[in-house]
Design a protein around this ligand. Sequence first.
Ligand code: PHE
Length: 453
Amino acid sequence: MTHEKRGSFGSRLGIILATAGSAVGLGNIWRFPYMTGQNGGAIFILVYLLCVLFLGLPCMLNEFIIGRHAQTNTARAYGIISGRKAWKLVGYLGVLTGFMIASYYAVVSGWCLQYIVASGIGELKGDSAYVQQYFTSFISHPIKPVFWTVFILFLSHLIIMRGIQNGVEKASKLMMPTLFILLVILVVVACLLPNAWRGIAFMFHPDFSKLSGDVLLSAMGQAFYSLSIGMGCLCTYASYFSKQTNLVKSAVQVSVIDTFVAILAGLIIFPTAFSVGVNPDSGPSLIFITLPNVFNEAFRQVPIVGYLVGVAFYVLLSVAALTSLISIHEVSTAFVHEEFKINRKTASRWVTLICAFIGVFCSLSMTGWESLQIGGKSLFDWFDFITSNILLPTGGLLTSVLVGWVLPKTLIRSEYTNNGTLRATSFAWYWACVKFVCPVCIALIFLHQLGIL
Ligand code: PHE
C-alpha cells in the first residue's frame, strides 16, 4: 500500500482552467468546424447549443457529482457511490474508454506537432495536390508519426508525473491563457480578410431547411465529445475538487468556455475558407489538407502573415490537444495508482508505456500494414469508431440511469448544493434533464450511430 497523499487542485481558477483544458481540444478546433461545415452551418451550431444546455451540462454535472462525492478514481467512484459491484463496471468502462481514446488521440496530437514544424520550415507551401500528397505520405510514413505520438505522450507523462497541483494545474495555468491569446489573434486576422463576412454569415444565419435528424444527432454526439463526457476525465478531475467547490457554477463556466472556443475556432476557419472561395465541407481532412492551402491562398499578398498564421494555428491545436491528453492520461494513471496500489510516478510510467505501445500500432495501421487492418478498417479507425460511437454513449447512458434512477435523490441534491449550503434553484431543471431528456436522447444517438435509426 502506498501512503502518498491524494492530490487536489489548489485554486478555483486551477479547477476551471484544468477542466476547460480537458474539454477544449481537437474536438473544438478540428471536429467542431468540420461537423459544422458538413451539417449546414448555423443550424448545426444552434442545435449544438441546445444540446450543450440540455444534455452536456447535466451529464457533466453527473460526473462531477460522482467524482467529487467519492474522491477516488473513476472505477472505484462508481462502486462507492452506488455501493454495488455491478455499477463499478460502468466506472471500469469509463477508464477503458479513456485509455483507448488516449492511445489514438496521441496519434492525432502528434500530427499537430509535425505540422508546427512543417509550417515553420515552410514545408506546407505548394498547390493543393501537393498539400494533399504531403498529408497522405506523412501519416503513412513508418517512422515520423510514430515518433510524434511517442513524443507527445512523453510530454503528457512529464506533466502527469508531477501530480495534480504541480503538474496538471500549473501546466493548465500556462497553456490555457496561451491558447486564448492565440485564438483571439487568429480570429481577428481571419475576420479582416476580404469576404470574411461570408464565413461569418455561414455560421450565424441559420437555414432551417437544413435541419434533419442527422444534424440533430451529430450535434448531440459532438456535444458529448467536446465536453469530455463519458471518458472518465470529468469524474477523475472532480475527485480532486474540494468539498466547497460549487459544482454547478464550475460546470457552467467550463461549458461556456468550451463552446466559446469552438465558435472562435469556427471564426478562424470559415472566414478564411470563404475568403478564398473554398467550401468547408471536406470533413476530417479540413485542418490538415484544406487549411494549409487556404492559408497559402488567403495570404498570398502578405506571405509573412500567412506563415505566422499557419504556425500559430498548429501551435494552438497542439496546446489544445495536450491539455486534453493530460486529462485522459490522468484517468488511467489515477486508476492504476489507486487500484494496483503502486506509486503515482510508476503508475504514470506504465500508462505512458502501454498507451505508446498501442498508439504506435494505431499509427502504423495508417501505413496500410495488412495485419493492422480488420474488416477493411485500420486499427486507428476501429479505436475511433468503438470509443465515440459505442463506448461514449453507453457510458453516458448508464451514468444518467445511475444518477437519475438508482441513486437516492437526496444524495444527489446534497452534492449539488454542497450539503444544502448553496441555493438549488436550477435543481429541478437538472433533475428533469438527467431523468428523462438525457437517457432518451443518448439512446437515440446510440441507435443512430449504430445505423439502426
Ligand atoms: N473534449 C475533448 C476534445 O474536445 C475530448 C477529449 C478529451 C479527447 C480528452 C481526448 C482526451 O478534444
